[in-house]
Design a protein around this ligand. Structure first.
Ligand SMILES: *[C@@H]1O[C@H](CO)[C@@H](O)[C@H](O)[C@H]1NC(C)=O
Ligand SMILES: *[C@@H]1O[C@H](CO)[C@@H](O)[C@H](O)[C@H]1NC(C)=O
Ligand SMILES: *[C@@H]1O[C@H](CO)[C@@H](O)[C@H](O)[C@H]1NC(C)=O
Ligand SMILES: *[C@@H]1O[C@H](CO)[C@@H](O)[C@H](O)[C@H]1NC(C)=O
Length: 396
């Protein structure tokens, strides 16, 4: 209820800012799970799930890494991520969801999930027989995540976000959520905001339905992620446009290279004013906490930061020298998007409770970058599906 009130307030404020207001702009307040001071184990878990998610074919080394990753528990994997509410069916059944631009399927736990699936029983479950708008589909569904695959059955129903109602949306009812991956998350399921070619079984993603059903004026959504831990209101996802109060200056847009992931060209990367790399590709992924770099850049950047490599492919930084670390700049569409040490140094607690500092630049055995929440938190991001482009501006 509390949430609904703030949502309405937000909509009212929006109406003041934008002349047109027929419900096409929908704000989803993002919750932020209280673990900014993540444990070291969570950082490791984040990395291994990253490898699993992108399932990169990097040859021998990647395979070794993936196997190495599998020995690490994936619990709390998504603790560093942002979630917000939707409801499915009539009457609406509420779910707190992770909004993930790095995948393209929508799934929620099913009321008929396996008794063995702890993750499923810890969260709200979709009960098809309690929804008058449920339409059976019956096809089996599965998607790969870290320790196993999540599987279930496809269904169709209406999905409500704010007062925006998406009809005939196909989604998965998860009956098996193996392993600890989703057990302690603050979200029940995932809304994939990638493009259809990325979707398992090529199911039409929610946002494509939203645009097709003309529920939004513009086929754009935008993310504002606060980088301040333990806040219940950790940011905002806006469907249908931009929130000009959440960024400064103008957005720099670049055309997408492919519309599957949100993939775009990265002109160059500079460390302390020196370019270390040119002409790369990057993916903007709200479902990834850190920044994943290709092997060469991963080594160069972490060495330049004076990082101490550990057996776990982490780089430890000296916490008392953080202020003297260089700015790291991503050049996108000819504009400079810098990250300061406070943006890219992650504070964590060691197994013995002491504070350690870790580099947010993690390894990706592929020749592209993944710009996760570390970047999107610093730069407001407009995901413009209509014009197949992505835009960035400094977050307010
Ligand atoms: C699902 O909803 C139906 C109808 O409201 C109810 O009879 C049934 O017990 C519910 N099933 C579960 C598993 O909650
Ligand atoms: C949803 O499906 C029903 C039945 O196939 C159809 O009549 C209706 O037009 C569809 N609605 C939308 C918005 O696609
Ligand atoms: C988070 O924000 C609150 C005020 O909104 C501030 O007091 C606190 O210092 C911030 N924490 C961090 C880690 O920036
Ligand atoms: C960290 O930096 C401080 C200040 O420069 C220095 O005194 C200390 O020895 C460094 N610690 C390590 C472990 O290198």
């Amino acid at each position: 209820m509390h949430f609904l009130i703030s949502l309405w307030l937000s909509l009212w404020l929006l109406c003041l800012f934008w002349a047109k207001c027929q419900g096409q702009l929908i704000r989803v307040p993002m919750q932020y799970q209280a673990s900014f001071m993540a444990s070291r184990r969570q950082h490791r878990a984040g990395r291994s799930s990253l490898l699993a998610k992108y399932n990169v074919a990097g040859g021998q080394e990647a395979a070794t890494l993936r196997n190495g990753g599998a020995t690490e528990t994936l619990d709390n994997r998504l603790n560093l991520e942002y979630a917000g509410p939707i409801s499915i069916g009539s009457p609406g059944q509420p779910f707190n969801m992770l909004f993930d631009t790095g995948s393209a399927n929508l799934w929620v736990p099913s009321a008929e999930c396996s008794p063995k699936s702890v993750a499923c029983h810890r969260h709200h479950r979709y009960n098809a027989s309690a929804s008058s708008t449920f339409v059976p589909d019956g096809r089996r569904f599965s998607i790969a995540y870290g320790t196993g695959s999540l599987s279930g059955i496809l269904a169709q129903d209406m999905v409500t976000i704010g007062q925006l109602v998406v009809r005939n949306q196909t989604f998965a009812m998860a009956t098996h959520e193996p392993g600890p991956t989703f057990v302690d998350t603050n979200f029940a399921g995932i809304v994939g905001l990638g493009f259809r070619p990325l979707a398992e079984q090529r199911i039409k993603p929610l946002f494509e339905s939203m645009c097709e059903q003309q529920l939004v004026d513009e086929c754009v959504f935008s993310f504002y992620l606060k980088r301040n831990g333990s806040e219940r209101m950790g940011g905002e996802l806006l469907f249908g446009g931009l929130d000009k109060t959440k960024f400064s200056g103008t957005l720099t847009y670049v055309p997408l290279t492919h519309a599957a992931y949100w993939q775009f060209p990265l002109d160059a990367i500079e460390v302390g004013g020196t370019a270390i790399s040119h002409h790369r590709q990057a993916i903007a992924d709200t479902g990834t906490s850190l920044l994943a770099a290709p092997p060469r850049e991963y080594l160069i950047i972490n060495s330049l930061l004076g990082g101490l490599p550990t057996a776990n492919n982490e780089y430890l930084l000296n916490c008392s020298e953080i202020d003297s670390l260089p700015e790291i700049v991503f050049i996108i569409g000819g504009q400079r998007f810098g990250l300061q040490p406070r943006d890219y140094v992650m504070s964590a607690t060691n197994d013995d409770g002491s504070r350690i500092c870790l580099s947010a630049f993690t390894l990706m055995e592929a020749e592209f970058w993944i710009l996760g929440d570390v970047f999107i938190g610093r730069y407001y991001t407009a995901f413009d599906a209509g014009q197949r482009r992505i835009g960035f501006a400094p977050a307010a």
